[in-house]
Design a protein around this ligand. Structure first.
Ligand SMILES: [Zn+2]
Length: 86
């Protein structure tokens, strides 16, 4: 099972206009990010907080997928005699 499959990028969106491209300084996290569309400036923490709901939803989706896959694996395992659970 590859973990990379679950590596989804979560795109942050501007709370003002919904745009997902920002200008930011890679060197300094304390410099506010600027929305490329509406030019709203906000701190990263504020942006992440504004997107917290989206992030939570994505997390739950991924956890659901992983759980399903693991359950399937166990099912397949118990089918083969080699893996019989005593
Ligand atoms: Zn914006």
């Amino acid at each position: 099972m590859s973990a990379e499959k679950y590596n989804r990028s979560i795109s942050l969106v501007c709370p003002t206009c919904g745009h997902d491209q920002f200008q930011y300084d890679d060197e300094d996290e304390l410099i506010p990010v600027t929305c490329q569309q509406c030019k709203t400036e906000m701190f990263r923490d504020d942006l992440i907080e504004a997107n917290a709901e989206n992030i939570e939803i994505n997390k739950n989706e991924v956890i659901g997928e992983v759980t399903k896959d693991i359950q399937k694996q166990f099912k397949d395992m118990s089918k083969g005699s080699k893996w019989k659970v005593r």
